[in-house]
Design a protein around this ligand. Structure first.
Ligand code: NI
Length: 156
């Protein structure tokens, strides 16, 4: 595994709509391994492929809950419920935080690394993180949708 370089806001790859993946192969599994290592080494809870300069539709997430490491390939949110405003940051936008309104609960359908289609219902931080990471696949950063932004080195 390898720690990859995380691209920062201003890089055009972060503004592109990412391409569908389709069938998962060993090369993609290796990328997912590297994305997970990159996320953990940066102390993040999620990382989308465009953040490592790959404009393809996969993300890794680990919010420290019972789900452990989630790898979502070609993910689609199929259900939404409620709405919540909370603070977010992003590894591609260092030292900036902002309040973002998200659905409180979502259902996401995705392909796993073994080409099985899966369905996951999520609330709380996991639901927020899924929506943040899937936005990356549309070329949207949280700073584009935040109600307010602030500088700082801590999430608060
Ligand atoms: Ni992000």
């Amino acid at each position: 595994m390898a720690v990859l370089e995380i691209v920062k806001a201003g890089n055009p790859v972060l503004k592109q709509k990412a391409e569908p993946i389709g069938k998962v192969d060993s090369r993609l599994r290796k990328l997912l391994n590297d994305m997970a290592e990159t996320m953990y080494s940066a102390d993040g809870v999620g990382l989308a492929a465009p953040q490592v300069a790959k404009s393809i539709r996969c993300v890794v997430i680990d919010v420290g809950d019972d789900n452990g490491l989630l790898e979502l390939i070609d993910p689609v949110i199929t259900e939404r419920e409620g709405s919540e405003i909370d603070s977010e940051g992003c590894l591609s936008v260092p030292n900036v935080f902002g309040d973002v309104e998200r659905s409180a609960k979502v259902v996401v359908e995705y392909t796993n690394r073994w080409n099985k289609r899966k369905r996951l219902a999520a609330g709380g931080l996991l639901a927020r993180c899924i929506q943040h990471e899937l936005d990356h696949l549309e070329g949207t950063l949280f700073i584009d949708v935040a109600k307010s932004l602030r500088n700082g080195d801590k999430k608060q």
